[in-house]
Design a protein around this ligand. Structure first.
Ligand SMILES: [Zn+2]
Ligand SMILES: [Zn+2]
Length: 445
């Protein structure tokens, strides 16, 4: 039975108060201003469902965003003008900490230039929200009024927007701190584009005190329209593993190949054979990429090359197949070199692990975002990306998911890592709302 409504005239509903019981929202009392009886308080006995809070507190349409949205866009522009690289992000970190300080949000550096912020109740399983802060060594050519002022550096992957989105969410969450059912940990990390800031922040305790059980990150998506959030559950991003191969032969006159060992022919055979790892040894419905990015060797047209150096990347989606594929690659390269009387020296630098999004948590986040943003604003992505992401280290330890924030709209151009990349700034508000909704409404599932 639902709450019974009074039969006397009510001219204004005063306040409605709720409390949370076992992660359900219970309506405690409703204050009514009536013509006949003045102000009275009604105590409904019915236990209301979780959805009531969502309907009552319209997160996406809250008037507070009228203040937060332009403020967050301004922060994005400020960060965009001064991109910093790798783990060396002191200015961005100082800007973030200054803003957290102004908002009254507890904060500390857990590694050099890696910031942890904290909102909400002190105890209980926490949810972590992550933004990265580093740019790329690219010369910006957008001609934006706030384009990069740092020569040869650009925020071309949208990490400036991620930081602004998380600060927007943080301001909203601080405003409604008393409504938070669980602690919220804010993570502002350097070095996502390499060498990686997430792992050192984990090793410095970002996932403990309070213990984090769930985590969400944002990344701009230049394949989705602005206003839309894309979600992908299960295998979502690849493990990028870099390699360098030095093929050694024996030099000599180009007219007498039999008197030497041609490292170029051996290198060519290695490149060709490596592709059979993808075409002949990998399950054809599961992606795998072997790319040679550079090749360098030889002296002139009539000299046998005694050495060739090659570099490249191997992108793997399956955590359990990662080491076997890398081992098999090394063996194949070495065996092919020997078949051509050459020798190969192989150096593999394993990168971030594959990013596997937790299926149950991603589904839950999806249903929350459909309620808050509207179902037509949530897109389920079918294909994983072969790009890498060091948030994968967090996803190895807690249930985690990635919110792909659409950025295509008026004014946007080009894709990520392009010198011409511009996002539609409406994306910042969508990202902030999505992060805030995930923190407020996913409860301690
Ligand atoms: Zn990037
Ligand atoms: Zn990125």
């Amino acid at each position: 039975m639902g709450p019974r409504f009074p039969t006397f005239p009510v001219y204004r509903v005063g306040s409605i108060s709720f409390r949370s019981v076992n992660h359900r929202i219970q309506c405690v009392s409703v204050t009514l201003k009536t013509a006949a009886f003045g102000t009275i308080t009604v105590m409904p006995t019915a236990k209301l469902q979780e959805g009531i809070l969502v309907n009552t507190h319209d997160i996406a349409g809250d008037a507070v965003w009228g203040v937060i949205d332009p403020w967050a866009v301004e922060i994005w522009r400020r960060i965009h003008r001064f991109p910093e690289l790798g783990l060396d992000t002191p200015q961005t970190q100082a800007l973030v900490e200054g803003i957290l300080e102004d908002l009254g949000i507890e904060h500390q550096q857990v590694i050099a230039h890696g910031v942890k912020g904290f909102i909400g109740p002190k105890a209980g399983p926490a949810i972590l929200l992550r933004a990265d802060m580093d740019g790329l060594p690219i010369q910006e050519t957008t001609n934006l009024s706030f384009q990069s002022e740092m020569d040869g550096r650009m925020h071309a992957c949208g990490h400036d927007a991620h930081t602004a989105m998380l600060l927007g969410a943080a301001r909203f969450l601080k405003h409604y701190e008393e409504l938070l059912e669980r602690p919220v940990v804010l993570m502002f990390q350097p070095g996502e584009e390499g060498p990686g800031g997430a792992l050192p922040m984990i090793e410095s305790g970002i996932l403990s005190d309070p213990p984090v059980t769930h985590a969400a990150m944002v990344h701009v998506d230049s394949d989705q329209p602005v206003g839309v959030i894309g979600l992908k559950s299960g295998p979502a991003m690849a493990s990028p593993n870099e390699f360098q191969i030095v093929v050694r032969g024996q030099g000599g006159h180009g007219a007498h190949p039999d008197k030497g060992v041609d490292a170029i022919v051996a290198a060519a055979a290695i490149i060709q054979a490596s592709q059979t790892l993808v075409s002949r040894e990998q399950d054809p419905v599961i992606p795998l990429v072997v790319t040679f990015g550079t090749i360098l060797g030889g002296y002139r047209e009539n000299v046998l090359a005694d050495q060739v150096t090659m570099t490249g990347t191997i992108r793997i989606l399956q955590p359990e197949r990662r080491q076997p594929i890398l081992d098999r690659f090394s063996q194949l390269v070495s065996d092919i070199a020997h078949a051509y009387r050459a020798e190969a020296f192989i150096d593999i630098r394993p990168g971030y692990p594959p990013f596997v999004a937790d299926v149950a948590f991603t589904n839950h986040v999806g249903s929350v975002l459909e309620r808050v943003l509207g179902s037509q604003k949530v897109v389920w992505l079918t294909n994983p990306s072969m790009g890498g992401e060091d948030f994968a280290y967090i996803a190895e330890r807690v249930a985690a998911t990635n919110l792909h924030v659409g950025v295509v709209g008026p004014g946007s151009q080009s894709g990520l890592h392009s010198a011409r990349f511009i996002l539609n700034e409406g994306a910042i508000g969508t990202g902030s709302r999505a992060l805030a909704a995930v923190a407020m409404l996913t409860g301690s599932i």
